[in-house]
Design a protein around this ligand. Sequence first.
Ligand code: IPM
Ligand code: MG
Length: 367
Amino acid sequence: MTKSYRIAVLPGDGIGPEIVEQGLKVLRAVSEKFGVGFEFNEGLIGGAAIDAQGVPLPDSTLKLAKNSDAVYLGAIGDWKYDTLDPAIRPERGLLKIRKELNLFANLRPAVVYDDLVSSSTLKEEAVKGVDIMIVRELTSGIYFGEPKGIEERDGEQVGFNNMIYKESEIERIVRLAFDIAVKRRKKLCSVDKANVLDVSRLWREVVERIAKDYPEVEVNHMYVDNAAMQLIRNPKQFDVVVTGNMFGDILSDEASMLTGSLGMLASASLTVQGGTAMYEPSHGSAPKYKGLDKVNPIATIMSAAMMLKYSFNMDKEADAIEQAVKQVLQDGYRTYDIMSEAKTLVGTSQMGDLVANKVREMNFALS
Ligand code: IPM
Ligand code: MG
């Protein structure tokens, strides 16, 4: 073993710990199989950190993350914190780590596996073969715009947030999306609300300008309401979708249902070259399923595959995880969310074991 990659493991709340454990099983299998080294160091975030230290992102966790080669996160949030001061809610921990690590690019691939076509609520002919990459801006826009707050004006309470994008912020996310499109089917759809929002008019101008540097990519613009409709009507028209923070949040949840379950959607949050990136499932902490060994760990496992690919340049190893997941599905194993007739129902932990064992058994021409 030449190098050991340091991975900050932040299980978080709800089902976070149990799904992350499955990802770690799979990474250990990758380590054995391919002779690559991983060093896992755990940290607290979200409600778990609030309980232990009174804040959703302790400095020690941030330091651990910054000193690691990648961050592997489970999920954060629990109803029991809903009444807390918004400044110390678990979600704040997530937003803060995204901002502190400058994770401006959130990649959320929505891929429909052939074996799961019947799990989607949409018709087979609509979803079969869907392979969309949503590129969501993650550290700006309405999530972070100032001023924001609730205050009294003219005798009543007024709540406000600001959707603000600097040209440089639009440019870096759009370039990254074009770079991804070039390596895929060379189609980019930019989603905005330029018929109403000024910030979207600027967004569109920047996309048009940058498009000139990528003549091989076919570009179109879509208003977000239309995009929401088109995703359901004809999802196969999309290859790469680039959009702002809040539109991306909404559209990625929607896109996940094309795949049959939110439990299938992995994600990578990337920063500038050389910085520490973060990998987490796109879904939340599902507190009602906590500890039941029930939920689907595939989104988390596939997020580990994205980590190998994007942070460690381990394409072969990432591919092994993807193939292992596909084969386990082909063998007929399903968690409850993607269960269908004549398949074998398994729990969280068994799904993790199945994928890890597949990685171990896989035949690879080791290069
Ligand atoms: C997501 C989540 C978060 C977001 C929440 C938990 C803050 O919905 O990662 O999509 O809105 O970004
Ligand atoms: Mg979301």
